[in-house]
Design a protein. Structure first.
Length: 179
């Protein structure tokens, strides 16, 4: 039975990739920063039945305030360009607890994200340039256009499943490290 499901998944991914290559109007979407318009991101994997496919581009570790313990490790997809940051996790239907999206900005500014076109609840983690968590917006409401501000300057923003921070005891002052 599992082999049958794998074959269906592979066929679906192949069909989605073929459909996407043949269409000039295809749009790949993920989460959105409040002040950016959604645009097409050509380097994100194709759509699946759960929305846009996750594309591992690195690994990230959460490090306790004391610096002694690694609290959790996850795979990350990066959002480094304006287009990638505008798309974020929009239209994604699911994400596992070992996945997240790391938004990398060129400067330290107060940030605000929203959940427009984002179907899964998220914890939005704001991180300073020294890799310290400065703010967290927990359990962001799917599809909401409410502004979710950082209240402090941040260079990085990490989006993980809603409830992740509570489940793995991630909080202010903890740090991240990524490759």
């Amino acid at each position: 039975m599992q082999l049958h499901l794998k074959c269906i998944l592979i066929a679906s991914l192949y069909a989605a990739g073929c459909h996407q290559q043949g269409s000039n109007n295809s749009s790949n979407n993920t989460a959105t920063t409040e002040n950016s318009a959604a645009t097409t991101t050509p380097d994100v994997a194709g759509e699946t039945s759960n929305g846009i496919a996750f594309k591992k581009q690195g690994a990230l570790a959460f490090i306790a305030k004391s610096g002694a313990d690694t609290l959790r490790k996850i795979d990350i997809q990066l959002a480094q360009t304006d287009e990638q940051r505008a798309d974020g996790l929009m239209y994604r239907k699911s994400m596992t607890d070992n996945q997240g999206m790391l938004f990398i900005f060129p400067d330290m500014e107060e940030r605000a994200f929203w959940m427009k076109n984002t179907y899964i609840s998220l914890d939005i983690i704001y991180i300073a340039d020294n890799m310290e968590i400065v703010s967290i917006q927990k359990y962001a409401t799917p599809l909401s256009e409410e502004s979710l501000p950082s209240y402090k300057k941040a260079k990085y923003v990490l989006e993980v499943n809603g409830g992740f921070c509570d489940k793995y005891h991630i909080g202010y002052g903890d740090k991240i490290s990524y490759q």
